[in-house]
Design a protein around this ligand. Structure first.
Ligand SMILES: Nc1ncnc2c1ncn2[C@@H]1O[C@H](COP(=O)(O)OP(=O)(O)OP(=O)(O)O)[C@@H](O)[C@H]1O
Ligand SMILES: [Mg+2]
Length: 591
């Protein structure tokens, strides 16, 4: 590829390089930003929406499950109490005070009752004065007077009374169900103590996770059953008192009292009041445990979101990097093309100028040569001319001849450089063709101690090209290679051919072991009139001619060189040059 360069031209690409780097950097950041915004934002929004929706849904489900549990346990407790009170009611209504006041009768009723239900600890018949008429049970309570007991007053007042848990004479928590019957203007009471073990197991044996508990509290906030964790039966609950409410209430509370040293934690609590007695059923569980499943789902969503975001990030960085490299490559190709067009334009105008100058100079040169011949003839034929003068004149005229011939060579080269004649396209067997060129130059090379080496690709197919122009190219390259060995006693010129069947191209390299080309000259060697050879030895047009010929044939020429090691020129030619195709088409149309 052709490279040109003055000092200024070399300074410009540097700043251009920096600008380009900045431009691609900006493009890179912009691409990544756009990809991230376009993919991450929707992902986060969707993730966020799913998360909120799921949390809400899970909370609603959990609340409803708590409500169901409270409702279920309330029903069981109410059924238990109702069954006992109904039984007592039935016995009181179907038996008289006189009958039940007989110990043996009461014992018989007690036995029958416990056969069915099995949770009544004792049974007593009490008169209006609070004294036992009869009693069946494990204690000796016949002498006790209940007239001052709270339960006695309440049952006399209401007709049915279920007490709170109390220790009473027995010093163990228990509760009683009492019922009154009006008989002959007098009231008497049938009173039963409920087996608290059976009743408490109904509530206390319920298990909800590790932290869940179910218990009953009365209207004053005293436990009526033992909670699993928070306390014991008949102790005061630390929770604030709740007033009676219909239905089920679900709330979140802060657990752990002020004095408690544990970390404050949240609990979810569902409450429902029994109608008789006024006890509140509580179902409670640690918030974090209750929401374990939701939290797990949230963590999973979060991990999924993070992994997706990371994948998007990596993919966008990789894709952007790839895109930028493709864009960069395309830009470079476009730049190269522009540069080549610019060079081609420059060469075209230079060629035109050169052709004009060469043509204009050729005519006067011809006249100078004719005049020189006339002077030489005059010197020959003029008698009595001093010998020394004659010798001096002939020498001068020979010098004129040499210089005019040099000028002619230059104008000849200029005309070749600017040649716009059509190529004569023929089928060329490059291997054979190059062997002939080598043969042509072998004598000259050998005199400088230089040997030729050839590595020809035997699979090389013939190319369509202009052999006379190709000859000019390879002669120029080989001449340069021989010149580059000036001062070295020996060296080699290696000519290699290679087929590129995929792209329908051939590659020829001419490598020498000469002096090499300094980096600063590499950019200029294809410029017309650039030479490092002494005046009179080189015109600096050789490589410019090679360049314009190869370009006309649709190929490319490039160079690699290492000072002190040697230089390698590479020519890539299409097997069918574009011009030849045009000519073929033209010929086909004419025939
Ligand atoms: N094989 C090479 N090894 C080292 N330098 C080279 C080689 N080929 C070209 N050059 C350098 O490139 C310059 C330009 O070469 P080019 O063939 O265009 O002109 P020239 O050889 O100097 O003159 P001309 O070819 O017109 O006689 C040469 O002067 C030389 O410095
Ligand atoms: Mg040359």
């Amino acid at each position: 590829m052709r490279q040109s360069g003055t000092v200024d031209q070399r300074a410009t690409p540097k700043s251009e390089e920096a600008m380009r780097k900045e431009y691609y950097g900006r493009l890179h950041r912009k691409f990544i930003l756009i990809t991230l915004v376009c993919s991450l934002v929707p992902l986060l929004l969707v993730g966020w929406a799913i998360n909120i929706h799921y949390t809400r849904f899970a909370k609603a489900r959990l609340t409803s499950s708590f409500e169901n549990q409270v409702e279920y346990h309330r029903k069981i407790i109410e059924l238990f109490l109702k069954e006992r009170s109904s039984k007592l009611h039935l016995i009181a209504q179907t038996h008289s005070e006189e009958y039940l006041g007989q110990m043996t009768n009461l014992a018989h009723v007690f036995e029958v009752m416990n056969q069915e239900a099995g949770s009544i600890m004792d049974l007593g018949v009490i008169n209006e004065q609070g004294m036992h008429l009869a009693y069946v049970g494990p204690y000796d309570l016949m002498d006790k007077n209940y007239s001052e007991a709270l339960w006695f007053k309440k049952v006399m007042e209401r007709g049915l009374y279920i007490s709170d848990m109390f220790t009473g004479f027995r010093k163990v928590p228990h509760f009683i169900i009492a019922i009154t019957r009006q008989e002959d203007g007098k009231k008497w009471i049938l009173r039963a103590t409920v087996d608290t073990e059976v009743f408490r197991s109904l509530v206390e044996n319920v298990r909800i996770g590790k932290t869940g508990e179910v218990y009953l509290v009365n209207a004053e906030g005293y436990y009526q059953t033992s909670p699993r964790i928070s306390g014991k039966i008949m102790e005061k609950s630390p929770l604030p008192l709740e007033t009676y409410h219909e239905g089920i209430r679900v709330q979140t509370i802060e657990a752990g009292g002020k004095e408690s040293h544990e970390r404050p934690r949240k609990e979810i609590m569902a409450t429902a009041w029994l109608k008789e007695p006024r006890w509140m059923l509580v179902v409670k569980q640690d918030y974090s445990e209750a929401f374990d499943e939701v939290n797990y789902a949230n963590y999973a969503t979060l991990i999924f979101l993070h992994l997706s975001a990371l994948t998007i990030l990596i993919v966008s960085v990789l894709v952007t990097r790839h895109l930028i490299s493709v864009i960069r490559k395309r830009d470079e190709e476009a730049d190269q093309l522009n540069q080549q067009l610019l060079e081609a334009g420059k060469m075209a105008s230079l060629g035109e100028l050169s052709a004009g100058v060469a043509h204009e100079i050729n005519n006067p040169l011809a006249i100078v040569l004719t005049e020189r011949q006339i002077l030489l003839d005059l010197a020959e034929w003029t008698p009595r001319l001093d010998d020394n003068f004659k010798k001096e004149l002939v020498n001068s005229l020979a010098q004129i001849d040499a210089q005019v011939n040099r000028c002619k060579r230059i104008t000849h080269n200029l005309l070749r450089f600017s040649r716009r004649t059509r190529s004569v396209i023929e089928t060329v067997d490059l291997n054979g063709f190059l062997s002939e060129v080598v043969e042509l130059m072998e004598r000259e090379a050998r005199s400088g101690g230089i040997k030729f080496m050839t590595s020809f690709d035997q699979n090389l197919k013939p190319v369509l090209s202009d052999p006379s122009q190709l000859q000019q190219v390879f002669l120029n390259l080989i001449t340069n290679a021989i010149d580059a060995h000036d001062g070295k006693p020996y060296g080699t010129i290696h000519i290699k051919t290679e087929a590129d069947d995929v792209n329908e191209r051939v590659k020829v390299t001419v490598a020498d072991t000469g002096a090499g080309i300094p980096k600063e000259n590499l950019k200029k060697i294809f410029d017309p009139f650039f030479t490092t050879k002494p005046v009179g030895k080189g015109t600096g047009l050789g490589l410019a001619i090679c360049y314009s010929i190869i370009q006309r044939l649709g190929g490319a020429i490039s160079v690699k060189s290492e000072v002190g090691q040697g230089t390698e020129f590479t020519i890539v030619l299409p097997r069918i040059p574009p011009q030849a195709v045009q000519e073929r088409v033209g010929a086909a149309e004419m025939s």
